[in-house]
Each structure stands twice: as structure tokens, then as C-alpha cells.
Design a protein around this ligand. Structure first.
Ligand SMILES: [Fe+2]
Length: 266
């Protein structure tokens, strides 16, 4: 018997691949609508990538792995991008070092915008032609999930870029902070030992590191009833936890002393 969830899902018409593509690509650009050109270029630490690089890299995925493989007419927008925008595919050529992405003044923001438009036009033509081919559709799904992963990275990274600016610019000044709520009491709950199935469980999209689904032995444990919140991190720091060896395993305590840490900014 179909569940209520199935009924609801059946009532929503399936989104075409072209609509999905346009929705995800537009959402990426929408995240940048309050940024100024200078904001797109800065790399405030080695783990951060400039917004401009993210916008171009997710586009490169479609150019390199879809257009180049499937289109008979598409020509490279700029062949130099292949090296600059490759992030980890060592099997297809060199990778420009991540810590140096903030040194790239070219391509400019305008060139990246033009690159996105060029690839999007070619992609929508190709989707109209190829949709229904199982391998092609799957590749687009991978590309769109990859782009959504980078949407999260873009937000994390631009927040770090803004955090080093004493004027504290906002990624979206129109957003107001959520109301302050009292967290429910925290408690530790006992979990029994046993064999559990872990990994992705149905046919919907997942990344390869979520597979294969397999049994795993879980030993007896305790787990918090909810996540630790920022207020509790602050209480922990203010209570002098970073000078109290009894609260740390020996490796953690050695690292705290070696690095001179007094709060979790690592
Ligand atoms: Fe990526």
C-alpha cells in the first residue's frame, strides 16, 4: 500500500532535466546577488576558494565532462581554464594549487559570467537533444549535485572572507538573525551494541562515499540528545577548558599546548 509520502510525491509533477539544470544554476548566481566585484576575488585562507573560482569551477565540470564528451559542435570557451579550474581530477591533467587561487586576477568576474552563459546555452541545447539517455541524465545529476555542494562551500568561504573584515559586511544584508531560542536540555542517552545497516538506502542520488550499504558493528555507547550549540562552546571556553588537561585526551592536550590554542579557531 502506498504511504502518504508516496501520495504527496506522486502529486508533484517530475521536474524536467532542463528545469532542474536552470533552477540549480540560477540558485548559485542568486547567492552572489549582494556581492561586489572585489568580494569575488579574495582568498582569506588556504582552505577558502574565491567566489569567482567556485562559479567558474562548477561550470567547468559541465564543459569538461558533458559538453566535451557529448557535443559535436561545442568549442572550448578558453582552454587555459582547464588547468585553472580543475580541482582534483589528476587523471585528466594538472591541478592549479588551491592555496594560490586568490592570486588569479584572470579570468575576470565578467569573463566568468560570460563563461557561465556560454556553457549554459550549450548545455540547454544538449539537454534538449540528449535527455532520456540514462548515462547522460546521470552525468547531469552528478554535475548538479556537485554544484549544490559548491553552493554550500561558497557561503562558508565568503563568510570567512567577510569575517576578516572589521566592518563585518553581510553576505545578504536583507536577512535578519533568527530569534534567540532556549535550547532543550542536553542529556546523554545510552545506545546498545549491535549490527546496523549503514550507507545510502534507495535509488535516489548519493555520492560514492555513501556506498555500498553494508552492516557495521556498533559498540555500546552514549550519545548527546542534541547538537552542542554556540552558547555551550562559549561556556566551555569561559570555564577555562583550554587550560584544564582533565578535559582532553593526551593528543588533544599536546596539540593545545604546542599550538597555543585558547579557543576552537583551528
Ligand atoms: Fe568541485
Amino acid at each position: 500500500m502506498a504511504s502518504r509520502k508516496d501520495d504527496v510525491q506522486a502529486a508533484i509533477p517530475a521536474e524536467s532535466l532542463a528545469t532542474q539544470y536552470t533552477r540549480v544554476r540560477n540558485a548559485t548566481v542568486d547567492l552572489c546577488k549582494h556581492l561586489e566585484p572585489e568580494d569575488y576575488v579574495v582568498q582569506s585562507m588556504s582552505d577558502v576558494s574565491p567566489t569567482k573560482w567556485h562559479l567558474a569551477h562548477v561550470t567547468w565540470f559541465f564543459e569538461r565532462f558533458v559538453l566535451r564528451e557529448y557535443s559535436k559542435t561545442y568549442d572550448w570557451f578558453n582552454e587555459d581554464f582547464d588547468y585553472i579550474l580543475n580541482s582534483y581530477f589528476y587523471t585528466i591533467g594538472g591541478v592549479y594549487p588551491r592555496p594560490d587561487r586568490g592570486l588569479l586576477t584572470r579570468p575576470t568576474v565578467n569573463e566568468v559570467v560570460a563563461y557561465r552563459e556560454c556553457v549554459d546555452n550549450a548545455m540547454l541545447d544538449l539537454i534538449a537533444e540528449k535527455t532520456g539517455d540514462k548515462d547522460f541524465d546521470f552525468l547531469i545529476e552528478v554535475g548538479l549535485n556537485h554544484e549544490q555542494q559548491h553552493q554550500e562551500l561558497m557561503l562558508t568561504d565568503i563568510k570567512h572572507v567577510f569575517s576578516v573584515n572589521p566592518a563585518w559586511p553581510a553576505v545578504n544584508p536583507a536577512l535578519t538573525p533568527p530569534p534567540i531560542r532556549q535550547a532543550p536540555p542536553h542529556e546523554f542517552r545510552n545506545g546498545p551494541s549491535g549490527i546496523r545497516e549503514i550507507g545510502h538506502r534507495n535509488d535516489s542520488y548519493c555520492f560514492d562515499n555513501e556506498l555500498p550499504r553494508h552492516p557495521e558493528l556498533i559498540v555500546e555507547h552514549q550519545i548527546g540528545s542534541r547538537l552542542i550549540n554556540n552558547g555551550e562552546y562559549l561556556d566551555f571556553i569561559r570555564d577555562g577548558a583550554y587550560s584544564e588537561p582533565k578535559l582532553w585526551h593526551s593528543d588533544g592536550w599536546s596539540t593545545i599546548n604546542r599550538e597555543g590554542w585558547t579557543r576552537p579557531l583551528y
